[in-house]
Design a protein around this ligand. Sequence first.
Ligand code: RIB
Length: 303
Amino acid sequence: MKIIVAGSINMDLVVRSEEIPKPGETVPGKDFTTIPGGKGANQAAAIAKLGGSCVFLGKVGNDDFGTSVLESMKASGINVDLVEKEKTSTGVSIINVDARGNNNIVFVAGANALVDEAYINRHINAFKDASMVVMQNEIPKETIRHILKVTRDMNIIRLLNPAPAMDIEDDMLKEIDILIPNEHELARLSKVTIDSKESVRAAAGLLLDRGLGRIIVTLGEHGAFYKDKEKEKFYTAYKANIVDTTAAGDSFIGGFCNSFVESGDIDKSIDFGQKTAAIAIGRFGAQTSIPSREEVLNFKPED
Ligand code: RIB
């Protein structure tokens, strides 16, 4: 079952410090590392490392970051044959990680901003035998809209992770089969303050009323929530030792997609995604933290 990830490729410039500095503050850092990242590439790496067949659509710049992040994606088992190099810089994310594993991220799109309709049209054949296409908001919104349009009659599951948060118009929402926001993205999309289970349920309901197919909300330590027209359910999170939460959502999505294209089973696939994410947050970095299929199958939660 082939999964296409049409998304971003970044090099993450990661600084660890005891505390993340507040505006105007300077703090001493513990270390600085460059780690392959990007929401698209991370999700693709999870799909491929978990044993799925993953073809990537995206762009890098003609710099060293582009070369090394592509090497890393290949090593994870992603098919990057259709990734194009542009005469610009590769996307980067500046990430601060504190001693408790919390982070904040500034993303600079670089070549990701050039993933346009013409590029998608050049590679339209890639969609023909795919079961699913996975997108995030680190490529232009018009490109996502275009992918939703050209895949409309292709019998492909269209999944959007609306990260970073931005508004989605109803015409786009209607085309999405599965939306996977976190609580912040859900708040932005629904305009509902998310502060309780009831608010999650209500916000998800509003998006379904606007035409969305299904929604899975990732809630960090509070687990996840699923809703479609017939069913809704909260899922408890696995207890995990937190080192770095970067790419926790990406690992969940990779694990979910991997299981869902094979089984079509929501409960099983959310569980697989949660296990993948629980392992990833126990490790440092984005693509460096993603586990193999073996590791997920042998996962034992912390007590
Ligand atoms: O979701 C984590 C990712 O978001 C990082 O790898 C970084 O590149 C940012 O885009």
